[in-house]
Design a protein around this ligand. Structure first.
Ligand code: ZN
Length: 387
């Protein structure tokens, strides 16, 4: 029976029974982009420590991520660029010409000790993750949300584009309907542009309007294969739920994806310093819950997130949701210890509020649905007929 004959929502017997897999990595524990960089903080290691401390991670579901080979990276990236990033890691410096050509060595995408290995491992996880869901199932790689990287340029803290490499690996399996849903506060520009001319991939991005990289306006459809939902400052849980339920879920049902990648950047949360969106982690968890059954293969990746407490708790909770567990339960003593052990070298981190470390779930942040949110949802809803 062709896939197209399967009624909606598509759910395969495999995805219903297979255990989700967790792709983590020890490299993230001590790697930092430098003291002044937003990525000076631990993120993947916090999420991983939390899910272990909560008793949510069966060690047989944990996979230490492999490093992508240069050959694998070259499926999307220019070979000269790959070589330049590797060389910069070896030299721990870049010359002026290389810096300009590839966007390396500046404040945004600095030279740091693991600047090649770290993104190459995030990419390796994306490629392996695609393979692990070949026959269906759910895989989670919180490090693999690097959605801004370009074929020959680092961008927005991203050196290699793990989401693109993961989607390409899914396409290379012969799939021809892959849905990418980007919930990060920033537009998923690198992924949208990578598949601009590829009708096998539909990219959907919800992000803060008027924020870097300033792309992804409401009417931007990238040749027909993208939908964008720019959101006003202060986006609340009620508004986000409206977007998910009345724009993204109907889009997904109409597109009938054989595979879906969900980018769960945690920088749209109210406690994140890099956006002015105002979600609770409950909103992100509910979105994942609403979306995860809509394709037989689901690949959940992380993304932004620049407050170690809020990103760690959000990503740990996503793993709970993927396993059918309730992330709003009280912290275990061990999990409490993980959160109390964190530090953040920023003004807000010097005296962290207790809600950052004495519970996993944020208080809900419900509110009115503003007209501009309704209009954006309506705009996307009427575009479903164009798919
Ligand atoms: Zn972001």
């Amino acid at each position: 029976m062709p896939d197209s004959a399967i009624p909606h929502p598509v759910s395969s017997p495999i995805s219903a029974t297979a255990r989700p897999l967790y792709l983590g990595g020890e490299i993230y524990r001590h790697s930092s982009y430098g003291k002044k960089h937003p990525l000076s903080i631990p993120r993947v290691s916090v999420a991983t420590d939390l899910v272990r401390a909560m008793g949510w991670l069966d060690e047989s579901a944990y996979i230490e991520s492999p490093i992508a080979s240069a050959e694998q990276l070259a499926r999307f990236h220019d070979r000269a660029y790959i070589a330049a990033v590797a060389q910069a890691e070896r030299d721990q410096r870049v010359d002026v010409a290389t810096a300009q050509l590839y966007g390396l060595g500046k404040l945004e995408n600095p030279v740091f000790p693991e600047m090649y290995r770290r993104p190459a491992i995030a990419a390796g996880a994306a490629i392996l993750g695609a393979e692990l869901i070949r026959d269906g199932g759910i895989v989670y790689s919180p490090a693999s949300g690097t959605h801004h990287a370009r074929p020959a340029r680092a961008s927005g803290f991203c050196f290699f584009n793990a989401p693109v490499l993961g989607i390409l690996a899914l396409l290379d399996q012969g799939l021809d309907r892959v849905l990418y849903i980007d919930l990060d506060a920033h537009h998923g520009d690198g992924v949208q542009d990578a598949f601009h001319d590829d009708e096998r991939v539909l990219t959907v991005s919800v992000h803060e309007a008027g924020r870097w990289p300033y792309t992804g306006i409401l009417t931007d459809r990238a040749g027909g294969h993208a939908r964008n939902l720019p959101m006003p400052r202060g986006l609340n849980d009620t508004e986000f739920r409206h977007v998910v339920e009345d724009a993204i879920v109907p889009l997904a049902c109409a597109f009938r994806p054989q595979a879906m990648m969900i980018q769960t950047g945690a920088d749209a949360l109210a406690d994140d310093p890099l956006s002015l969106l105002s979600l609770s982690n409950r909103a992100l968890w509910q979105a994942v819950k609403d979306l995860v059954g809509l394709a037989p293969r689901t690949f959940v990746v992380g993304g932004g997130g620049y407050n170690p407490w809020s990103v760690g708790r959000a990503w740990a909770g996503i793993w709970a949701v993927l396993n059918g567990l309730d992330p709003t339960v009280p912290l275990s003593p061990a999990a409490s210890e993980v959160l109390r052990g964190l530090t953040w070298d920023r003004r807000e981190g010097r005296n962290p509020p207790s809600r950052w470390f004495d519970r996993l779930a944020d208080d809900p942040r419900e509110g009115d649905i503003r007209a501009e949110v309704r209009e954006a949802v309506q705009h996307i809803a009427v575009s479903i007929g164009d798919l």
